[in-house]
Write a protein that binds this ligand. Structure first.
Ligand code: ATP
Length: 460
């Protein structure tokens, strides 16, 4: 659209009016289509799209009922419900004009019109049409993005053990309610997988699932990331921005690593959860948010409450239902199904044709204690599939660095390079502290963040 009024259709049975409209509007519009016969409206609208339609109220000379105008207005809106129609009404017939607005017209102009007023009315009508279109395409995009986001992450939750059956049973009971869920379990046990499964089985499944890693958000960016900000609220706030709470509106908000929040941030989060509304940084008005909350952590939240490291009232807000995900070493029955599942995933990813896992290799997998839980098993399968020379995976395809070393068992570190020793030490520490990252980090003399960086580096 080049000129401000775009494409205009003018329908009036008075040829003088059509001529006057065309003369006036052609300077402001890309196309002015005039038509004296309203019967042609369906044909015109089915063959072209107009930014605005100027429609006469009365087609029969000397009538002022507007009946015909209403009839054609209805026809137009039936063909294009988004059409922007401005009615031309006789002077003094404002009542009919008001009825036309109720029937779906956007605005009206009085005949004889003042040129400037007509242009101004049509310009605002065109702007309205543009915003209708924008809203429509944003809604379509949003719908597409939501389904891509949700389907891209749709995954099978594998588990045949009694422990996982209990988890599945809980999910099916809780999913369709809006109850807040707290998922507890060691790193890599599948807390996010379970959170997504709850979302996928909930009434909110067609809306977004937004995950936030609370451990990765710095104290200073917490409010802006979660609650959003107004343009200019701080130096880097170049535009208005919605926070994760607002983005997750009508969907599910998954707050991971919730146990890592400082006391100060815990109370900010609690306020929002109590009020169910957020105020963007720099704004003075709160926006209501409708979210389903799922939180997860590998930290012992109940113990932390006792030690005054975690707010009890916040814990009670989050744990209407608690799901405990057992570590993989306590459900080795699940290992064959998980390993076979990952075999399929990575065969496809790396275009390999590995047929299966030998019974001895499977036994080895079931005997190992998996300090990194399902994530570690997944990486072990990925590595084995990339490296394997044979069609069936053998025990030698799975080399575990801390294979069954007991605390007292000595390892000859001189056999390994520094990187490998570091990895072994980390695995040992995590295993010793049953997956508790804080304790493992402390025993290694590292901060949690630097342990996480090393876990990432070693693919643990
Ligand atoms: N039951 C399961 N079925 C299939 N895949 C699983 C299952 N559990 C975990 N996984 C896979 O293991 C990996 C780790 O899972 P996830 O990220 O959900 O764990 P987590 O407990 O949230 O980890 P973290 O505490 O580190 O955030 C993911 O790649 C996930 O796909």
């Amino acid at each position: 659209m080049g000129k401000p009024l775009g494409k205009i259709l003018v329908i009036d049975d008075n040829e003088d009016i059509l001529l006057a409209a065309k003369m006036l509007l052609k300077k402001h519009a890309d196309l002015v289509q005039v038509e004296s016969n309203p019967g042609k409206i369906p044909f015109l609208l089915n063959n072209d799209t107009y930014d605005v339609i100027l429609l006469d109220m009365n087609f029969t000379q000397d009538t002022t009922t507007g009946k015909e105008g209403f009839h054609w207005l209805e026809q137009i809106l039936e063909i294009d419900p988004q059409a922007v129609v401005v009615m031309i009404t006789a002077y003094g017939d404002v009542d009919t004009a008001v009825q036309a607005l109720k029937a779906g017209a956007t605005d009206f102009v009085l005949k004889p019109w003042q040129n400037e007023k007509l242009i101004a009315t049509l310009t605002s009508a065109v702007k309205l049409r543009q915003s209708y279109n924008q809203v429509k395409s944003l809604k379509e995009n949003n719908h597409q993005l939501t389904s891509v986001l949700n389907s891209g992450n749709a995954m099978n939750v594998i588990g045949e053990s009694e422990a996982m059956k209990v988890v599945f049973n809980l999910i099916s009971k809780v999913a369709s309610t809006d109850a807040n869920v707290l998922i507890l379990g060691e790193n890599g046990t599948g807390k996010e997988v379970i959170a997504r499964a709850i979302h996928q089985q909930s009434l909110r499944k067609d809306k977004v699932f937004i995950g936030v890693d609370m451990g990765a958000i710095t104290e200073s960016l917490f409010e802006s990331e979660l609650f959003g900000h107004k343009k200019g609220a701080f130096t880097d706030a170049k535009d208005d921005r919605a926070g994760r709470f607002e983005v997750a509106d009508k969907g599910t908000l998954f707050l991971d690593e919730i146990g890592n929040l400082s006391m100060a941030l815990q109370s900010k989060l609690l306020t929002v959860l109590q009020k169910r509304e957020v105020t963007r940084v720099g704004a003075n008005k709160a926006t209501p948010v409708d979210i389903r909350l799922i939180c997860a952590t590998n930290m012992p939240l109940h113990e932390m409450v006792e030690k005054n490291e975690f707010r009890q009232d916040l814990l009670y807000r989050m744990n209407t239902v608690e799901i405990h995900l057992p570590p993989l070493r306590e459900r080795d029955v699940d290992i064959p199904a998980l390993a076979t599942y990952f075999l399929g995933v990575y065969n496809q990813k790396y275009r390999k044709k590995i047929q299966g896992i030998s019974p001895q290799a499977m036994k080895k997998l079931q005997k190992y204690h998996w300090p990194g839980n399902v994530r570690e098993l997944q990486h072990a399968l990925e590595r084995a599939i990339i490296m394997a020379d044979e069609e069936i995976l053998q025990p030698t395809d799975f080399m575990f660095l801390v294979e069954k070393h007991t605390e007292t068992e000595e390892v000859d570190y001189s056999e390994y390079d520094l990187e490998t020793v570091e990895k072994m030490m980390i695995q040992r520490a995590i295993s010793k502290h049953a997956g508790n990252i804080s304790k493992a980090a402390k025993s290694l003399g590292l901060t949690r963040a630097s342990l996480y960086r090393r876990l990432e580096k070693h693919g643990l």
